[in-house]
Design a binder for this molecule. Structure first.
Ligand code: DX5
Ligand code: ZN
Length: 219
């Protein structure tokens, strides 16, 4: 499978959003929007209002990573704002996972689930077949620019094997420290979608087209 790229918009140059979206519209596969509440993780970044504001100029799906303790509250606002994927953390939905998954689908969006580094694949086994995307966090969530956690490679391999053996349709995504130091091992393990942030894309060059070319030169 051709690698897919999901630029993490919290890492973009926020003074030049429109120009960068125009560059990425022709190159990327999704837009990764990190939404935090200051409780599930100790940071606050983008929001449903941000999704609403940029949606009219986006040609590819907006993929919303929910680092919040009450994802249910965000489903309708995000769907109305134009989200393509809504992706809560498994750790926040397991008391009502089936209701949340159905609600996201009923609102016309695809469902992704995100796993913290310390959360095993077995945690989502009863609903894994319903998921459109599974994201392996390869850093603890909340902040960009953290070091890669190599123990996550086994988790990616496990998801790849489960997908092949059972014919599941989920995309296998990795979020956190996807960059030239990790692309090769992540690809070999089975990563299909790379969330590229500070070191993977935006920090490579002040010109985003040049940064993109530098990034894909590693594939
Ligand atoms: C981490 C975020 C990531 C982050 C990735 O909580 O979900 O999207 O921005 O950034 P880098 O590539 O800098 O680790
Ligand atoms: Zn993220």
């Amino acid at each position: 499978m051709k690698p897919m790229f999901n630029p993490s918009l919290m890492c973009m140059d926020l003074l030049n959003i429109k120009e960068q979206i125009q560059v990425l519209n022709k190159r990327a596969d999704f837009y990764h929007v990190d939404i935090m509440d200051g409780h599930f993780v100790k940071n606050i970044t983008l929001s449903p209002d941000f999704v609403k504001a940029i949606h009219p100029i986006c040609d590819i799906p907006l993929d919303c990573h929910l680092m919040v303790t009450t994802p249910d509250d965000f489903i309708e606002p995000l769907a109305k704002a134009g989200a393509g994927f809504i992706c809560p953390h498994a750790e926040t939905i397991n008391s009502e996972a089936f209701r949340i998954i159905n609600k996201i689908h009923d609102n016309g969006c695809k469902v992704g689930v995100v796993l913290n580094p310390a959360t095993p694949v077995s945690y989502i086994k009863h609903y894994i077949h319903k998921l459109d995307k599974i994201t392996v966090m390869s850093v603890d969530p909340g902040f960009s620019g953290q070091p890669f956690i190599p123990e996550m490679l086994d988790k990616i391999r496990e998801l790849k094997q489960l997908k092949e053996e059972n014919g599941y349709h989920y995309l296998i995504e990795v979020d956190g420290s996807c960059n030239k130091r990790t692309f090769k091992q992540l690809t070999e393990a089975g990563t299909e979608v790379f969330v590229v942030g500070s070191t993977g894309l935006f920090g490579l060059d002040s010109n985003l087209e040049t940064a993109w070319d530098k990034m894909i030169a590693d594939f």
